[in-house]
Design a binder for this molecule. Structure first.
Ligand SMILES: [Fe+2]
Length: 417
């Protein structure tokens, strides 16, 4: 039996006794009931974008990541494009809503947030986890009071019919789906009519050609971690909820005092390498927004959540350790992509001595998601250096302030936004 509490703890952030007590109780019970062994890796992640954005977003993603375009599934009100690296790393499902007026639960999660509402259909939806027996997992999770979409809801929302999908988390607004797939079987999504769309194939092939020309095609590795931002008061419950839904364990939390926030990491019990199942990271402010006037502390994380809603903030991709053309690979990748007109929020930060180098791209205009690149040196196991995280968080906050200002000036000028 896998012992989910047997992994070494990292970090310096203090948790409450509520968290520590329930962490042990929840994981011991999860192991004991067999659920830890019934749930395996992140098999896919899902993103929805507004009408007219998916093809350009796929152009962006296939240039900046190792993903390949596989096929498009067409249902009544969505196109769902399937991107894949191989069967060892999660698929990426990019859904486009056909009609701007489409309403639904996922859209409503954006609508109460001032900046989230500007791209009402664009949001990261969540992860699909591979299971051996959906029925058993659903039964166990329902006994833990998790609520699932009915088969009818799944049809209505045009989600793949072969998934069991938990309703959006009150803390992260993400969903978790379970996909029954015996190891060795190919991933299939039961949704609509499948075809290879020539217009998608064209941008995909052009991006892969460009990757080769820029000599970055073998340097960018699969997803390393997925980082979700949540309200300060939800830090502990969001972690515990995710651990209850998955077979991940609590790796540890770092206090990023400079930015008044913390970074909290969970990892797969079954896979040591993030390439096989990305780490899930949660970032939360240390203090809620309404004490800012007393404390005068920076609060970029809380501000982000207030503007966009709790949601995924960035997808981090690993960069192969090594050098190309006399520069560290991450420097080479970033300068080659930046030369194509893609902005990055700051220079590459970190060092070999700190164990890793990292950078954030600017947020995609299609999904609002940031791409992080991370190069680890000599088998470094960590996710960040504290100084790096403070700088990254600060830079992302500055960009969001600009977006907020633009949004406000457009509203004031009465322009459509
Ligand atoms: Fe990150």
């Amino acid at each position: 039996m896998t012992g989910s509490m047997s992994f070494p703890r990292h970090g310096d952030k203090q948790n409450s006794s509520f968290f520590e007590d329930y962490l042990a109780r929840l994981l011991e019970e999860r192991d004991h009931s067999g659920l830890t062994d019934m749930i395996d890796q992140i098999d896919a992640i899902m993103i929805t974008v507004d009408p007219g954005n998916s093809i350009r977003y796929i152009g962006e993603l296939t240039l900046m990541t190792p993903y390949h375009y596989l096929v498009t599934l067409e249902s009544k009100s969505h196109w769902t494009h399937i991107l894949r690296i191989d069967m060892n790393s999660p698929d990426l499902l990019v859904r486009e809503v056909k009609d701007r007026r489409t309403r639904g639960i996922f859209r409503s999660l954006n609508e109460v947030y001032p900046i989230g509402a500007r791209k009402p259909n664009s949001r990261y939806m969540g992860e699909i986890l591979r299971v051996e027996d959906t029925h058993k997992v659903v039964e166990c999770q329902q006994a833990r009071e998790f609520r699932f979409f009915s088969q009818d809801d799944i049809r209505k929302h045009e989600l793949p019919g072969n998934l069991a999908v938990v309703k959006p988390s009150p803390y992260t607004h993400n969903i978790v789906g379970y996909l029954e797939r015996p190891l060795g079987d190919i991933r299939v999504y039961a949704l609509g009519i499948s075809s290879i769309k020539p217009e998608v194939q064209e941008v995909y092939l052009a991006a892969k050609e460009l990757q080769k020309k820029l000599r970055i095609d073998t340097l960018i590795l699969p997803i390393d971690h997925l980082a979700t931002r949540i309200y300060s008061q939800n830090r502990e419950v969001a972690i515990l909820e995710w651990l209850s839904l998955s077979s991940y364990y609590y790796w540890g939390s770092y206090d990023i005092r400079d930015q008044n926030s913390s970074t909290n990491v969970t990892k797969s019990v079954h896979h040591d390498s993030e390439i096989l199942s990305p780490a899930k990271v949660f970032t939360a402010n240390n203090t809620p927004y309404f004490v800012n006037h007393l404390e005068r502390l920076p609060s970029p994380t809380e501000t982000f959540v207030r503007n966009y809603g709790p949601r995924l903030h960035h997808i981090a991709l690993a960069v192969r350790d090594g050098e190309t053309g006399g520069r560290e690979n991450i420097e080479h990748v970033v300068s080659q992509i930046a030369a194509q007109g893609r902005d990055f929020l700051l220079d590459v930060i970190g060092s070999r001595d700190q164990g890793l180098k990292q950078i954030f791209s600017s947020a995609s205009e299609h999904s609002s998601l940031i791409i992080e690149y991370v190069q680890r040196f000599d088998d470094f196991q960590g996710f960040f250096a504290k100084d790096n995280v403070a700088e990254l968080t600060h830079a992302a906050g500055v960009e969001e302030e600009l977006v907020e200002l633009q949004a406000r000036s457009q509203i004031e000028a009465g322009k459509p936004h």
